[in-house]
Design a protein around this ligand. Structure first.
Ligand SMILES: Nc1ncnc2c1ncn2[C@@H]1O[C@H](COP(=O)(O)OP(=O)(O)O)[C@@H](O)[C@H]1O
Ligand SMILES: [Mg+2]
Length: 233
């Protein structure tokens, strides 16, 4: 059974007179443990697709099965919990809370998890956040604020935040878009390591160097998708 299974997904945005067809009949299955990149020109539907896979937005038509559950039938509250359990997000602009330390930023998704899972204590949240910051190589920066960190370090905090609930899937939308090439390389290496440990990773990227190192590449154009598997990488 696929971890991610999209069936006949459409997404329309109604903008007054205009109806934008951002996704046009997407069918996609991704198995647990895959490392996939999504490429395509600006406006081709990549972020819209990521938002639907990440349960941040709902399709206009079609069915989405995530880890065996038909999410199309879930309530908003259940969608939030399921998203929090299954998915970690990484964005181009990091999206960290500016007034919170690295540690507090990483604790955030687990704090939300503790509101519906009473087995999660404050002590566990602290311990997991510290362990996860250590995993991304930031154990010496836990009390720093985002503006006291480099771009690469901020993205590592964001990756730790994405990982803290031990999600099955990491969704990264242009995660290296704001980073120099050396730092991008380090972040890609970190994603590869996480994938080797079992996490399913999906990266939207403009960087052909990154896409060329993924076996599976999904190319988007005008809301349509071409799925290709590279023999040699
Ligand atoms: N919230 C929205 N409201 C209206 N139109 C949107 C919205 N989000 C995306 N779109 C439109 O959908 C299309 C795909 O956008 P997007 O998924 O952001 O593309 P990409 O990430 O590939 O650059 C674009 O034409 C964009 O303008
Ligand atoms: Mg985008």
């Amino acid at each position: 059974m696929a971890l991610i299974d999209l069936k006949n997904i459409h997404k329309h945005f109604n903008m007054g007179e205009e109806n934008i067809h951002a996704l046009n009949n997407i069918n996609l299955s991704i198995n647990e443990g895959e490392f996939t990149s999504i490429v395509g020109t600006s406006g081709s539907g990549k972020s819209t697709l990521m938002n639907i896979i990440g349960l941040l937005d709902l399709p206009s038509e079609g069915q989405y099965f995530l880890d065996g559950v038909n999410t199309t039938l879930m309530t908003d509250d259940d969608l939030s919990k399921y998203r929090n359990q299954k998915i970690g997000f990484v964005f181009q602009s990091f999206n960290l809370l500016p007034k919170a330390s690295a540690l507090k930023n990483v604790e955030m998704p687990m704090q939300y998890a503790s509101t519906y899972n009473k087995d999660i204590s404050d002590g566990m949240i602290r311990k997991m956040a510290l362990e996860t910051l250590d995993k991304v190589g930031l154990s010496s920066r836990v009390h720093h604020l985002p503006n006291e960190l480099s771009g690469g370090q901020r993205q590592r905090v964001a990756i730790a935040r994405a990982l803290v609930n031990n999600p099955k899937i990491i969704l990264a939308d242009e995660p290296t878009g704001a980073l120099d090439s050396k730092t991008s390389e380090e972040i890609l290496t970190l994603f590869k390591e996480l994938n080797a440990q079992g996490t399913t990773v999906i990266i939207v990227t403009h960087d052909s160097g990154i896409a060329n190192r993924c076996r599976r590449v999904l190319s988007m154009s005008d809301g349509l998708m071409k799925d290709s598997v590279q023999v040699k990488i």
